[in-house]
Design a protein around this ligand. Sequence first.
Ligand code: AHR
Length: 668
Amino acid sequence: MKSVKALAVSAALLLSGYASASDHVLDVRVSKLGAPIQSTMYGLFFEDINFAADGGLYGELVKNRSFEFAQPLLGWRAFGRVEVKSDGPFERCPHYVVLSDPGHRERRTGLQNEGFFGIGVEKDKEYRFSVWAKAPQGASQIRVQLIEQSTMRERQEFAQEKIDVTSNEWKQYEVVLKSSRTVGKAELRIFLSSGNPVALEHVSLFPVDTYKGRKNGLRRDLVEALADIHPGVFRFPGGCIVEGTTLDTRYQWKNTVGPVENRPTNRNRWEDTFDYRYFADYYQSYGLGFFEFFQLCEDIGAEPLPVLSVGLACQFQNGLDAHAKMDELQPFIDDCLDLIEFANGPADSRWGKVRADMGHPEPFNMKFIGVGNEQWDEPYYERLKPFVAAIRAKYPAIKIIGTSGPDSEGKMFDKGWEAMKAQKADLVDEHFYRNEQWFLGTADRNRYPNCGALRYDSYDRKGPRVFAGEYACHGAGKKWNHFESSLYEAAFMTGIERNADIVHMATYAPLFAHVDGWQWRPDMIWYDNLKMFKTVSYYVQQLYACNKGTNVLQLTMGGKPVAGQDGQDGLFASSVFDAATGDIIVKVVNTSKEPQPVTVNLQGVKGERTAQVITLQHNGSMDDENSIARPDLIAPVSSTLSVAAGKKVAVIEDVVPQMSFRLYRVKK
Ligand code: AHR
């Protein structure tokens, strides 16, 4: 029996002359479970690009808090008598400032921090200010304020506290400021309010309300958005920052653990990359370091997947002489082995103790390691070998992820895969930022033989598994998060799902972007200092990750995979069974400009049912995107649909709206 809604739709179709439902009969073979779907299948890839860490996920609101940028006062405005010194209490962050009497009772000494594109604070919320300080010539005092520099109000400050610095030894002082205004671009001002000088180091301001209320915590709304995806895997810390513009600015995890005050600042590789979106003040405080990444993975239930340097500086930016020579690789190999001990070793092992001292005596149970980010050709293949040998020898259970480089196909890509097979990598990390045609599978096949949702159907099943570690549809001439490109990602992902036997992980990239500080787009989640919004690509990822099921179910139309092939009218589809709920899940993407009637036969399922339906569509321009101003412009909508009983088959009759992604969940 058809639902009222389905009958009404069919009648409307007949009148409008659209193809009848029987033109698109999708057969789902429910009785035979296909390949298991890995719990890691849909995940997240974090890189500190677009101010994703400092200024983003990491809760710190003060920029250059330790005065360690190349220009020690970058991010600060100093007034009166302020001196920068370099014999501070923290060996790897030696700089600090001394504020002294300005020499006249009407003059002032102090500092002002601009934050990351301002400091975002909300009315009635609390902010924890802390500072390491000493008063070398007797007790001193500072006044700490949240201010609005540009305001017509009588007073610039809207929160203020005093701190008495009583000791001539370095000590940490802390005070909580309660904001009386919501301001997106506030600043932090510190006045010296004593005749005695004061020395200040590691000046910090965090929301009290971080995720899980942690002191060195993360921005709550952003972590919640990550958790809501239910990611299976979390790749970190990059991306190109793993490599560095030069080898000495590569990401070094050992610099990111231990007390935050003593984590050395690093220049961010994304400071340098694009002169048309240049940020001279892009550094990494490493306050969000490897301990915090592992903890985050634990919080959101994702398998940690750290990626480490293979001794190659960014190959795009350097010639051969920039890299570590073959006989210089041992420290890089040690970094991998030591990391595994840091994550998994007993609390009394050298690196396990570092983890335990940071508050996590239990191991993090790391299972995967990436060696090299997006490397290619012989310099990579030869360097990878000793890493593989050393990791296999000491930690045979750890799965090693190699890479096929920056191309989605072609000579170097094939060479990369061959090399990874030869070295018996467990997974190969593929990266592809491609346009609409590529994702739809309509790109020039000579140049892009493996484009579209059929990409993985022809992969060799004998070698390593696939980690689609970085991908996104980059609209030709439209590099933003418009609806259309996200829909094509959904279409492409039916192919990932259908091929879950070979594809074990997939992570969209990049993850985060600050609206005032981005270098690269599209990105999955955007934010300013107060608010965030989810892109349509986020919703696509979420719909897959929250409905990933446990086994593939064969789904065909006329015996063929539904992948936008000739005669399939722009339809893409895949299906899975979820053993935990007993649900059959069918995903259908209609990339055509017409509504498409579909009949989905759930073969072997008896009796009527109700399908839970989720639809992602947009009635406005296909170029539209969500934004800070309109965060919910495009979002998934839930409904239900009656499923009719046939003979040994349950039948979904529906019309999938033009340019839409629709998901059905039906009890088996
Ligand atoms: O995601 C942005 C960049 O794209 C990554 O850092 C790099 O791996 C790729 O080239």
